[in-house]
Design a protein around this ligand. Structure first.
Ligand code: ATP
Ligand code: MG
Ligand code: MG
Length: 407
C-alpha cells in the first residue's frame, strides 16, 4: 500500500479508481489532459499532462510511479513494452538502459486486446468461443464486403479493429446496398467483419485475474463477480441489471466459467470486463474483453463488498482479495445501474442527476467531464435493494427521463 500507481487515462474509470485508492491511501498519479476527471479529485498529486498515446508522456508517468495500469486500452504499448523489458523493439531494435517499470495487466495483454481482430484470434486459438469473424485487407473494397456478406449473411457488423468505444467504430450492414455507406463511415480505419449475433440477452462478467501467467487453470488464476445483464441502445450501454434477470442457473454457471476461461488466456493481473452474447441457440459467445474496470461493473461500488476498482488495485498490487468480496453483498442484493448520458441540451445530464437526487436509495456519480455531447457518458446512477421489482420501480422515472432528454 506504499506504492504509487501511475494510471494511463484519467476519465471516469480512472476517477473511480482514484476514489478507491484514496480510502487505502494508495497514491495515484494520472496521465491525461489537464483537469481530467481523475485529476480533479486528486489535486495534491504530481500528475502528468499529456496523452497516453504519446511515448514521452508515458515515460514521464513511469518516472513518477512504482507500477502502471490503464483505464483505457487505446494506449501506446510499444513504450509499455520498452519500460517493462528494457528492450526497444522494431526496426531500430536496441537495449534501453534507462528506466524499468511494469504495467499491470501486462503490455502484451493490452496490445492484443486493443486490436479487436487480434483479441478474437487469441481467444479462438485457445478454444474460447467468440462471434464468427473475418479479417479484411487494408484497403478493402465494396466487392470484398459483398463476398463477406454472402459468407456471413445479412445483417453483419463491420467493425474498426482499433480505437473503438461506445459503438463508435461499428457499422451494421443490413443489406448489400448499405455497403458503400459503411465504407464511407469507417473509411480511414482498419476493419474486420463479424457475423450478426442473434442474442436473447447481452451478459457481462467482471473477472479478477490474480496471477501473472497466462494459460494457468482458470480456477487458479481468476475469480469472478456475478453475471449481469446489459442493455445497449445504439451500441451504447444504457442499463445494467445485477444479477441478470430470468437467466437459468445453468447459463449463469456457463457464463462465469466462459468469462474466467477467456481472461485466463491473457498475461498479467487486474480486473477485466467480459462482454458476451447469450444466443437464441443457447450458446454463449464472447463479444469483447476490456483489460480494465468496465461500465458493466459500476454496480459493484454499492452492491458488493469490494468494488471492481478495489479489486483492480488489490490485483495489480498483489494484495489479498477474499473470494466473498467479489460477490453481491447478500443473497438478496439486486442492483440496477443507469448511465447518465449527454442529451440534446448541454445541461440535460444535470437535470437528470437532479431528478435522481429525489429517488430513494439512488447513488449518483457525476464524472466532471466538461462538455456534454449527446450520448457521452457523463455519470451514472445505481439503486441497490432487496428486490429487483422495487429497484425497477424506483428507476422507472429516471429511465423515462433518460429517453426524454435524448429526443
Ligand atoms: P464498448 O467498448 O463501449 O463496449 P465498442 O465500441 O467496443 O463498445 P462493441 O462492444 O463491439 O463496441 O459493440 C457495442 C454493441 O453493439 C454491443 O454491446 C452489441 O449490442 C452490439 N453488437 C456488437 N457486435 C455485434 C454483433 N456481431 N452482432 C450484433 N450486435 C452486435
Ligand atoms: Mg469495446
Ligand atoms: Mg463492448
Amino acid at each position: 500500500m506504499d506504492k504509487t500507481v501511475g494510471v494511463l487515462g484519467g476519465g471516469q474509470l480512472g476517477r473511480m479508481l482514484t476514489e478507491a485508492a484514496n480510502r487505502l491511501n494508495i497514491k495515484i498519479v494520472t496521465l491525461d489532459a489537464e483537469n481530467a476527471p481523475a485529476k480533479q479529485i486528486n489535486a495534491g498529486a504530481a500528475h502528468v499532462n499529456g496523452s497516453f498515446a504519446d511515448p514521452d508522456a508515458v515515460r514521464r508517468l513511469a518516472e513518477k510511479c512504482d507500477i502502471m495500469t490503464v483505464e483505457i486500452e487505446h494506449v501506446d504499448t510499444d513504450v509499455l513494452e520498452e519500460l517493462a523489458t528494457g528492450l526497444k523493439t522494431g526496426p531500430d531494435w536496441r537495449l534501453v538502459n534507462s528506466l524499468r517499470r511494469e504495467t499491470q495487466p501486462n503490455w502484451r495483454t493490452i496490445r492484443t486486446i486493443q486490436d479487436k481482430l487480434e483479441q478474437k484470434k487469441h481467444l479462438q486459438s485457445h478454444a474460447v468461443p467468440t462471434t464468427t469473424f473475418e479479417g479484411l485487407q487494408e484497403q478493402c473494397s465494396a466487392e470484398d464486403l459483398l463476398k463477406i456478406g454472402n459468407q456471413l449473411g445479412y445483417p453483419f457488423m463491420l467493425k474498426s479493429r482499433t480505437q473503438a468505444y461506445d459503438g463508435r467504430g461499428n457499422y451494421p450492414i443490413r443489406n448489400p446496398d448499405a455497403i458503400s455507406e459503411a465504407l464511407g463511415a469507417l473509411h480511414d480505419r482498419p476493419l474486420y467483419a463479424e457475423k450478426w449475433a442473434d442474442f436473447r440477452m447481452e451478459l457481462a462478467v467482471m473477472v479478477v485475474k490474480t496471477k501473472d501467467e497466462a494459460d494457468l487453470e482458470w480456477q487458479v488464476s481468476t475469480v469472478a463477480y456475478p453475471v449481469v445483464e446489459t442493455i445497449h441502445e445504439e451500441s451504447i450501454c444504457k442499463l445494467v441489471y445485477a444479477p441478470a434477470r430470468g437467466v437459468p442457473e445453468s447459463v449463469i454457471q456457463r457464463a462465469q466459467v466462459l468469462a474466467r476461461r477467456a481472461v485466463a488466456v491473457f498475461w498479467g493481473r487486474g480486473v477485466f470486463g467480459v462482454e458476451m452474447f447469450w444466443q437464441e441457440s443457447d450458446d454463449l459467445l464472447i463479444n469483447e474483453i476490456a483489460p480494465r474496470p468496465h461500465n458493466s461493473g459500476h454496480y459493484t461500488i454499492e452492491a458488493c463488498p469490494l468494488s471492481q476498482y478495489d479489486a483492480h488495485l488489490r490485483a495489480i498490487l498483489g494484495l489479498p482479495i477474499p473470494e466473498d468480496g467479489v460477490g453481491l453483498a447478500t443473497t438478496k442484493t439486486n442492483a440496477i445501474m443507469l448511465n447518465i448520458l449527454g442529451g440534446l441540451q448541454p445541461t440535460s445530464h444535470l437535470t437528470m442527476a437532479e431528478k435522481a437526487l429525489a429517488v430513494p436509495g439512488a447513488n449518483i456519480h457525476l464524472y466532471g467531464k466538461g462538455d456534454a455531447r449527446p450520448g457521452r457518458k457523463m455519470g451514472h446512477v445505481t439503486i441497490v435493494t432487496d428486490d429487483m421489482n422495487e429497484a425497477a420501480c424506483r428507476m422507472e422515472t429516471l429511465i423515462n427521463h433518460a429517453d426524454l432528454i435524448r429526443e
